[in-house]
Design a protein around this ligand. Structure first.
Ligand SMILES: NC(=O)c1ccc[n+]([C@@H]2O[C@H](COP(=O)([O-])OP(=O)(O)OC[C@H]3O[C@@H](n4cnc5c(N)ncnc54)[C@H](O)[C@@H]3O)[C@@H](O)[C@H]2O)c1
Length: 354
C-alpha cells in the first residue's frame, strides 16, 4: 500500500530532507485504514510526532498495530461506542499537538473548549467539518485548510472514485450484470454524476432524479433520461441514492418498485434509503443492499475509494499541513479551501507520473 501511493512516497522522500514537522506533534482523528497509514507515515518522515485516533466503526486493528510498531501513539482501537470515541478525541487534544488533522471538526471544536498555547492550525477533511467550523472563525483565528473544497478532491474522489467503487460494490455484492438494466440514480452532485456515468459505461440505461432543476438539466444534457420520480422508480431494476438527504426512498414507494429490484445507498448516512420500511412493505419482492449503509464501504472485502484517488487527497493533506507548519499560510486562511498553488503542484505531480 505504501508503495502504491506514489505521490505520498515522493512527498515523503522530500519531507525527509526538509523536515517541516521536526519538533512538532500532529493530532489526527481520521479513519485508520491502510490508505491513511500511508499519509501518517509520510508526515512522520517529515519529522512529526503523531498522536492519532480513528473514527467510529471504521478503525482497522491491523492499521493500529502497524502504526504502533512505527512509533505512532494510537489512542484507543476499533470502537462503535460514541462515549469511548469522545474520550479518545479528548485524549488527542489533551496531548496539546501543534497541528490538527481533523475530520468533521471534532478536534478543533474540542480545542476551543479547552484552548492551549502553541496550536498553529491544521486541516479539515470534510464538508460537514467546514460547516461546523465556519461559524467559529472568530474564535479560531488560525489557518485551517479544507481539503474537500479542493476541485481535485471533488472530481478525483467524489466523482470518479465513488462512481467506480459503487459500481464495483454492486457487481461484487449481487453478482448481477448491469447490461441493458435500467438504473435510477437519485442525486446529480459530484458523487451522483460519477455513479450515473459508471453505470452507463457498464451498459445500463440510466435515469437521473434530481430535485434541483439546474442539475436535472445538466443530467439531461449529459445524455441521461430525467423522468419524473415515480416513473423512474417504476422502471428501475437498480435504484441508487447518493444525495445526502433523508428519506429519499421509503416504504411508501414499495408499491412502485419492480419485482426483483435492487436498491443501494452511496450517501453518507443510511437514512436516505429506509431499508427496513422498504423491505417490510415490499414483502420480499425487492432487496436493499447492506441495510442502506454506504454500499461501497459495506459487505465482504469493502475497499472504498481507489488508492489513486486517496493518494491525491492525502497529498493535498500533507502539503496543506506543511504550509501551516512552515507559516506559508497564516490566520487569514481560517477555514478556507486548499490554496490554488497546492492544487496546481499536486495535479502537476500526478500528471507527471501518469
Ligand atoms: N460513498 C462514498 O464513498 C462517499 C464519498 C463522498 C461523499 N459521499 C456522500 O454522498 C452524498 C452526496 O455527496 P455529493 O458530494 O454528491 O453532494 P452534493 O450536495 O454535491 O449532491 C447531492 C445532490 O442530491 C440532490 N438531492 C437532494 N435531495 C434529493 C432528493 N430527495 N431526490 C433527488 N435528488 C436530491 C441535491 O439537489 C444535490 O444536487 C453525501 O452524503 C456525501 O457525504 C459518499
Amino acid at each position: 500500500m505504501l508503495g502504491s501511493c506514489r505521490l505520498l512516497a515522493a512527498i515523503g522522500e522530500e519531507l525527509e530532507r526538509s523536515r517541516p514537522f521536526a519538533g512538532l506533534t500532529i493530532g489526527t482523528g481520521i479513519h485508520l485504514e491502510p490508505k491513511t497509514v500511508a499519509l501518517l507515515v509520510t508526515l512522520q518522515r517529515g519529522g512529526a510526532e503523531l498522536v492519532s485516533t480513528g473514527n467510529l466503526n471504521s478503525t482497522q486493528q491491523e492499521a493500529v498495530d502497524y502504526l504502533r510498531e512505527r512509533g505512532v501513539q494510537v489512542v484507543g482501537g476499533p470502537t462503535s461506542d460514541p462515549a469511548e470515541h469522545d474520550a479518545n478525541l479528548w485524549q488527542v487534544v489533551r496531548a496539546r499537538p501543534q497541528l490538527l488533522l481533523d475530520n468533521g471538526g471534532d478536534l478543533f471544536v474540542r480545542y476551543l473548549e479547552e484552548p492551549y498555547p502553541g496550536l498553529r492550525g491544521g486541516t479539515e477533511e470534510t464538508t460537514s467539518g467546514r460547516m461546523r467550523l465556519e461559524p467559529l472563525r472568530d474564535r479560531l483565528q488560525l489557518p485551517v485548510l479544507v481539503i474537500n473544497d479542493s476541485p481535485i478532491k471533488q472530481f478525483a474522489e467524489n466523482e470518479h472514485a465513488v462512481g467506480q467503487s459503487v459500481l464495483e460494490s454492486f457487481l461484487r455484492l449481487t453478482n448481477r450484470s448491469t447490461n441493458g438494466k435500467r438504473a435510477t440514480v437519485f442525486g446529480y452532485g459530484a458523487c451522483g454524476r460519477g455513479v450515473a456515468a459508471n453505470f452507463r459505461n457498464a451498459y445500463a440505461i440510466v435515469s437521473v432524479v434530481e430535485t434541483d432543476p439546474v442539475k436535472r438539466l445538466q443530467a439531461l444534457l449529459d445524455g441521461f433520461l430525467v423522468p419524473e420520480r415515480d416513473e423512474a422508480l417504476r422502471t428501475a431494476d437498480v435504484v441508487l441514492t447518493v444525495t445526502g438527504a433523508r428519506g429519499v426512498v421509503t416504504g411508501a414507494d414499495a408499491p412502485l418498485l419492480k419485482d426483483g429490484a435492487v436498491l443501494a445507498n452511496a450517501g453518507h448516512f443510511p437514512f436516505e434509503l429506509d431499508a427496513e420500511g422498504i423491505e417490510a412493505a415490499a414483502g420480499g419482492r425487492v432487496t436493499v443492499l447492506e441495510g442502506g449503509h454506504m454500499v461501497n464501504l459495506a459487505g465482504p472485502r469493502p475497499l472504498g475509494n481507489s488508492i489513486e484517488s486517496m493518494d491525491l487527497g492525502f497529498a493535498l493533506q500533507a502539503r496543506c499541513l506543511e504550509a501551516v507548519a512552515t507559516g506559508a499560510v497564516g490566520p487569514e486562511a481560517c477555514v478556507v479551501p486548499v490554496p490554488r498553488a497546492i492544487d496546481e503542484a499536486v495535479a502537476a505531480a500526478f500528471v507527471a507520473t501518469a
